[in-house]
Design a protein around this ligand. Structure first.
Ligand SMILES: [Zn+2]
Length: 595
């Protein structure tokens, strides 16, 4: 049956007359015509796509595909636009991000500090008592015309008595005076481990919090800010998924995150899944939260979840299930990603603690992923995984290293030998200047060495690591990896180490699925799930400077239109009003585009 399915479209080329789905369907429910369809199925490019149920039935010319039309078939005219497979961000903190999205004012994409402070002032004025105005990562000073950070004086002037928290990647944050007061931070407040509460000459906190380089000071402070109500969190999560759909994202490999506790903090997405309202495929990983209880927590979690039981793949056919452990397996392995400070030396207890957890996961056949920015951390982690493999063979179990900015040739070969992969994100687009400042231009030329990873045959997935240490906009990722430039326009990666646009797109579609060894997704080909996007601009031909401004005009997940704009608006579900009424998302939306 499967063989028939694959060869029949080829026979069709000769118009033998019938195309068949696994379910025996021969006619299309939906047809997209008049497109420039980049299938990511090899180099194959075509004009039209036929969809039956939630699967691609056939791809070919308009004439070929329209033969599969019935009176009931919905025909969508792409208007000559570029059509691509849905984007799969293989490292994003979407489940945690959704819980807070409607509280956060986004400076992602804002092109001047003047505008950023105006937005801050406007948002502070509408923020009700008891709530905060907050900007939580996803920006840096080099995106601003002024190419500088805001001052505490400017922040206090813009926010007045409304408590404010502004996060700068995972390097530092600013609290305004009202915020310091609200949190009871004063001259007697001690510095947390690996962090600094900056004090003035009189010993009073200035408002600046610094990760040195431990980011715990930052996300533990953020965790003290008021949360939304359950109904608002549901709305916030739906708004965030729609924002991702607006960017052409149809799937995310969620990496957990600090203060994202299982199962409690998964209640919102659990309930949305039960309602069939998840609009982004969501295989998610469980992130160890507490030093010293990591092994116990994974024992508990592996006892609670059948890892290969994808349930019903999500009520509405959109994946939502636990896919494995990580990105944080043990606190000892956390090497952060703060290039404003030296690489941290990881404790001697790392190997023992990490081995116990990895061994448990391998025994339970749980795929796993591990956060590791620096090659030195990767070397130690690999020694552990190699040791586990000797005792409890991995045998093709999916596993990966996240980030790997400074991974060496030798360690790439070791990952390869253990059947692992690497998930890469555009963090250097946000920290390239800091990295060069600390390690020099030469060290940044191939950091991370993505092209070399592909040359040696490593599975590689691209992503953003949004929403804090970088923006969640995957088009910034494609801009970065095809140009080698930071969001501030600095040439960080050498041009010869960048990727061509089609290869880069492949890593942000099919790439993620190769990391978790999943078939049937990531390219537009017969038999694959129907996840596709019609773009507002032609990614393959526009000037490089415009890549970050690309978005979707129609996004389809599992054969259903989840987002529509422009002429396709009427095909999509109606936009959900944003709550609460003071939410910055209601007034500014998400990613900002300079006028
Ligand atoms: Zn990470």
């Amino acid at each position: 049956m499967k063989r028939l399915y694959v060869f029949l479209p080829l026979l069709m080329a000769g118009y033998t007359g019938t195309v068949l789905t696994a379910q025996g369907q021969t006619k299309a429910d939906v047809i997209v015509v008049n497109g420039k369809v980049t299938t990511v199925d090899g180099e194959r490019e075509t004009q039209a796509v036929a969809i039956a149920g939630n699967k691609v039935l056939f791809t070919g010319t308009d004439a070929q595909v329209l033969k599969l039309k019935t009176k009931q078939t919905k025909v969508i005219d792409a208007g000559g636009r570029r059509v691509i497979p849905g984007l799969f961000d293989s490292h994003l903190h979407v489940i945690r991000g959704g819980r807070f999205y409607n509280t956060e004012l986004r400076w992602d994409g804002v092109s001047s500090l003047k505008r950023a402070l105006e937005m801050l002032k406007e948002q502070a004025q509408r923020t009700p008592a008891g709530q905060w105005v907050r900007v939580v990562g996803g920006w840096n000073e080099y995106q601003f015309d002024e190419r500088r950070l805001p001052t505490l004086a400017e922040i206090n002037a813009a926010t007045g008595n409304v408590p404010a928290f502004i996060l700068y990647l995972y390097g530092k944050a600013w609290l305004n005076k009202a915020g310091l007061q609200q949190l009871g931070i004063d001259g007697n407040t001690p510095n947390p481990a690996g962090g600094l509460i900056e004090k003035d000459d009189e010993g009073n906190p200035t408002g600046l919090l610094v990760a040195e380089p431990n980011a715990f000071i930052l996300y533990s402070t953020l965790a003290k800010l008021p949360e939304l109500t359950t109904a608002e969190k549901v709305n916030s999560t739906l708004q965030y998924m729609t924002e991702l759909n607006r960017l052409g994202v149809t799937a995310v490999m969620d990496a957990g995150g600090g203060f994202q506790n299982f199962p409690d903090d998964y209640g919102i997405t659990d309930s949305l899944n039960r309602l069939g309202k998840i609009s982004v495929r969501l295989p998610y990983f469980l992130f160890a939260q507490k030093k010293g209880t990591e092994l116990d927590d994974f024992r508990k979690w592996t006892g609670m979840v059948e890892i290969d039981d994808h349930g019903d793949n999500g009520i509405n056919g959109v994946d939502y299930y636990v896919r494995g452990g990580g990105e944080n397996l043990v606190m000892d392995a956390a090497d952060f990603e703060n290039f404003m400070f030296p690489r941290p030396e990881l404790p001697a207890s790392l190997e023992g603690n990490l081995k116990a957890v990895v061994q448990l996961l391998v025994k339970k056949r749980w795929p796993f992923r591990l956060h590791a920015t620096y090659n030195e951390s990767i070397s130690r982690a690999l020694s552990v995984i190699e040791a586990v493999d000797k005792e409890t063979p991995l045998n093709g179990l999916a596993w990966l290293i996240d980030h790997a900015e400074t991974v060496s040739e030798e360690n790439m070969q070791r990952i390869m030998a253990l059947g692992g992969g690497i998930a890469v994100q555009h963090r250097m687009a946000y920290q390239g200047e800091s990295f060069i400042h600390r390690y020099g231009k030469k060290a940044a030329l191939a950091a991370p060495p993505v092209k070399r990873m592909l040359e040696i045959g490593l599975p590689v997935g691209l992503g953003t690591d949004g929403t804090r240490v970088a923006s969640y906009n995957p088009w910034v990722t494609l801009y970065w990896i095809t140009t080698g430039k930071s969001i501030g326009g600095s040439q960080v990666m050498a041009k010869e180490h960048t990727l061509d646009r089609l290869t880069a797109l492949r890593l942000l579609t099919a790439g993620g699925y190769s990391l978790i060894k999943e078939k049937g997704k990531g390219s537009i080909r017969p038999g694959n799930y129907a996840d596709l996007v019609i773009l507002n601009k032609d990614y393959l031909t526009i000037p490089e400077g415009e890549i970050s401004s690309i978005s979707s005009v129609l996004t389809m997940v599992d054969g259903k239109v989840v987002y529509g704009d422009d002429v396709f608006k009427s095909l999509a579900p109606a936009a959900l009003p944003v709550i609460p009424s003071w939410s910055p998302v209601k007034y500014f939306g998400g990613y900002q585009y300079s006028k």
